[in-house]
Write a protein that binds this ligand. Structure first.
Ligand code: PGA
Length: 231
C-alpha cells in the first residue's frame, strides 16, 4: 500500500485525476471502476477539464460502477447512474455501450472484459468500500446488501422517507481485490478515525477498507485533515 499525503481536497482531486489520465493514455481501452459520493467530484471535474482543454479521450474506456441503490429508478437524481452521467459521462466522449452498472451478471461481465485495471473508491465513515458494509467477508462477490444504519443515516437528507433505499447492489471485496490497481481517496477530518483504523489495524471485517492492506497495488491519496490522527 502506497500512501500519498496531500494538502487538501483539491490536491487529492488533481492527484487522482493524474493517475486516471496517465492510465487512460497508456492504455486507451482501460477497464475502470468508478465511485460516487462527495469525495470523487473534484477528480471528475478535473477529468472533464482535461477532456475539454487537452482532448483526453475516453472513447475506448470500459466503465463499471462500484455500486448502485436497489429500488431506485435509474433516472432518479440520487441514483449512481444519474450521478455519474451528471459528473462525468455527459461531459466526456464515452463510447456507446461502454458503461456497465452493476447487475446480477456483473462478475461474468467484468471477467469477459478482462478484469478491472483501475478501481477507485472512497471510504465510508463506517469503513465501507463500495457498499461492502462492516461484516462483509473477504470472499464476497457482487451481491445485494442491506445498507448499514450509519449509511442510511447519512442518506436521509437526500431522500424522502418513502423513497430511501435500504438495499444496494455492490461489487464484493473479492472483486475489489482482483482489480489490478486500486486507488483509495479520503479527504476531511470526518474520515480521519476510520482511515487510521483501515491503515493500521490488522485486516478485519469490521473495517472493510482494511482489506486493501493485502492488495498488491493500492495507492491511498489522503489529505492532511483525513490523516490528522497521525500528526
Ligand atoms: P463520500 O462517501 O465520498 O460521500 O464521503 C464515501 C463512501 O461512502 O464510500
Amino acid at each position: 500500500m502506497q500512501l500519498l499525503t496531500v494538502r487538501d481536497y483539491l490536491e487529492m482531486s488533481l492527484g487522482a485525476a493524474n493517475i486516471v489520465s496517465n492510465a487512460v493514455t497508456a492504455r486507451p481501452n482501460l477497464t475502470i471502476c468508478l465511485p460516487t459520493g462527495r469525495t470523487p467530484k473534484g477528480m471528475y471535474r478535473e477529468l472533464v477539464r482535461r477532456r475539454r482543454v487537452e482532448g483526453l479521450s475516453f472513447f475506448d474506456v470500459i466503465f463499471f460502477n462500484l455500486d448502485e441503490y436497489v429500488g431506485l429508478a435509474p433516472e432518479h437524481t440520487q441514483s449512481f447512474r444519474s450521478y455519474l452521467r451528471r459528473e462525468l459521462f455527459d461531459h466526456i466522449n464515452v463510447g456507446p455501450a461502454n458503461i456497465y452498472p452493476p447487475d446480477e451478471n456483473y462478475e461474468d461481465t467484468i471477467r469477459n472484459k478482462g478484469g478491472v485495471d483501475l478501481l477507485i473508491s472512497g471510504i465510508g465513515a463506517n469503513g465501507h468500500i463500495a457498499f461492502n458494509e462492516p461484516g462483509s467477508i473477504l470472499e464476497s462477490r457482487t451481491r445485494i446488501v442491506d445498507l448499514a444504519q450509519s449509511t442510511l443515516d447519512g442518506m436521509r437528507a437526500n431522500f424522502t422517507p418513502e423513497e430511501l433505499p435500504r438495499q444496494a447492489i455492490t461489487i464484493g471485496l473479492a472483486t475489489i481485490m482482483e482489480a489490478r490497481r486500486v486507488l483509495l481517496l479520503a479527504s476531511g477530518k470526518a474520515k480521519a478515525q476510520i482511515l487510521a483504523r483501515a491503515l493500521t489495524e490488522p485486516i478485519n471485517s469490521e473495517v472493510p477498507a482494511s482489506v486493501l492492506q493485502g492488495h498488491p497495488d493500492t495507492t491511498v491519496i489522503a489529505d492532511e485533515a483525513a490523516l490528522e490522527v497521525f500528526h
